[in-house]
Design a protein around this ligand. Sequence first.
Ligand SMILES: NC(=O)c1ccc[n+]([C@@H]2O[C@H](COP(=O)([O-])OP(=O)(O)OC[C@H]3O[C@@H](n4cnc5c(N)ncnc54)[C@H](OP(=O)(O)O)[C@@H]3O)[C@@H](O)[C@H]2O)c1
Length: 332
Amino acid sequence: MVYQAHPQRYQTMEYRRCGSSGLKLPAVSLGLWHNFGDATLLETSRQLLRHAFDLGITHFDLANNYGPPPGSAESNFGRILREDFLPYRDELIISSKAGYTMWDGPYGDWGSRKYLIASLDQSLKRMGLEYVDIFYHHRPDPETPLMETMRALDHVVRQGKALYIGLSNYPADRAREALAILQDLGTPCLIHQPKYSMYERWVEAELLDLLQEQGVGSIAFSPLAGGQLTDRYLNGIPADSRAASGSQFLNADQITEAKVEKARLLNEIAGTRGQKLSQMALAWVLRHEKVTSVLIGASKTAQLDDAVGMLSHRQFTAAECEAIDAILNRAN
Ligand SMILES: NC(=O)c1ccc[n+]([C@@H]2O[C@H](COP(=O)([O-])OP(=O)(O)OC[C@H]3O[C@@H](n4cnc5c(N)ncnc54)[C@H](OP(=O)(O)O)[C@@H]3O)[C@@H](O)[C@H]2O)c1
């Protein structure tokens, strides 16, 4: 059936300014790392994208290597875009990245000009796009001069193949240097994409302040710790969960009794707030104005409803914050 986006889609979502740029992002964004490769039924991926957009989620995040196999998330997304979303292209913020291993040999990885420019061309082809809205360097490269990588990012913007530039996984010191170079080149960095959740708080030490001071937005990836900050694992490991899927990023061994106990205690606090644990975990990341958007994954449309439902209850009392910190500080 021909897709027609929900007419009320802009009424449920909050759109937050990305740093000091002109661009606003939805408070909740959807990542296509899992559940969009060839291992997932295309119709499942399609329903997730349609449902997300119907809820006002205007930002879809990809990378060259998302799959499996690598590249297939972009190809499948390209097909769904062509079949369902072409009339809505200008209502969407589509991002891609390069920085992890994508093809064999010395030019398919890290941060050379050769790799980044070739990879973006491949991504555009797979998705059937003339440009992406945001192109990221996916991880810092300890060997390539930062100037070369930043010049390549500046170049793709000047070519019209990306509208904005982002950095991902850059620690604060490297980010500071990169931001200064991009500023000098005349293509200021729009956004940084770090991992940030109740279970992974490194950005709080320095990075978030740096980004705010420099007018750069931030989008927190894996804010639910891949599902560990939800009720998914409170009673064992469901067969349809990520931890049961053979993922190299979340496996059954990581769901320890101590982790489950933490999640149970957090779940009790969420309950007193009238929320699900997943909703409290997302609201907690968004409690900083410095965070522009939470970048979630979803395997079911109901998970998208949960995420967007969080927006109506975002405040935390000082007592709740203290109680949450006390739980997070327990040993794993
Ligand atoms: N820049 C980078 O280096 C980098 C790295 C990783 C990810 N990312 C980006 O961040 C995005 C999100 O990463 P992520 O998938 O790890 O995010 P996440 O939001 O922490 O985890 C998503 C998973 O949690 C479970 N879940 C979500 N909502 C739920 C709910 N309401 N109740 C129960 N379970 C729920 C689902 O897993 P089940 O399958 O178990 O249902 C879902 O796939 C990626 O798609 C990608 O765009 C970027």
